[in-house]
Write a protein that binds this ligand. Sequence first.
Ligand code: ADP
Length: 305
Amino acid sequence: MVKVIEVKSLTKKYKNLTAVDNLELDVYKGDVFGFLGPNGAGKSTTIRMMLSLIKPTKGSIEIFGMPLKKKRYEILSRIGAIVEKPDFYLYLSAYKNLEILGKLSNTNVSRKRIMEILEMVGLEKRHTSKVKTFSHGMKQRLGLAQALLHDPELIILDEPTTGLDPQGIKEIRDLILYLSRDKGKTILLSSHILKEVQIIATRMIIINRGKTIVQGTVDELMNSEKMKVKVEVDDVQKAKSCIELTMWKNNLLSAGSNELEFKLDNHEIAILNKHFVESGIEVHSLVPTRSLEDYFLRITEESEL
Ligand code: ADP
């Protein structure tokens, strides 16, 4: 596996606040890499360091196997990024905007290339429309078009779906999948919403207060863990005694007044349910919650207090 980004001991301090704290991160070629964390976790700060917009206090960043500090220009010319809400000339057309932005960044873009990119982001039919008539989602897609003009190998998107409605979110998600699967791009995508990233990412990292919480493939992180399952029953005492002499006893985490909590593998849920029903216990509900999801929800809620 070829490493596209390798971050070591990356740290950024602002006075007495450590925004990024000894971060280690690896992105491989072909990854859709989910960079997750609640608001204020340090995602943008990390991305800004990767794009050489701010200087790390400590640590190193290698991209395409080269140190960013020494090969800044070479590296950045192979990256396409959206870090802030893209700015456009509102009174000019989508096409004209891309033409001008291409010229400003010294990218030699033909009409064919601009139309090809507009088609990729689903704006070809609106290429003559003024950008001021665009929805937020369309502007976001035009931003992505701009980032793609010079055909970068690595695409870095900082919270690209912020403020979009479900349809807009889906369009960006489909576009990311297309760029990854059909165009072979490597993509780093930051978000504070686990669910949004989990469905398209191949690998991910979760950070909080600048520190890594977990990192790995999405399958490893989302599926390998046993789940906590809340089982609501008609009679907790009876349910407890019916598992007393079975292996299920080892899976029991806690018992409340009308529910039991178990730690189970996915396939065990139905078997436990059957056991209860066959023992004459009424099961009103079985609700699985993944502990990583629980955890993520908690830190996200804390950050929003
Ligand atoms: P995220 O992108 O995960 O929401 P950020 O990287 O924007 O988080 O912020 C991480 C922390 O660093 C926050 O506590 C934020 O307030 C702080 N921070 C970011 N930029 C600056 C800055 N220029 N000066 C001081 N503190 C900053």
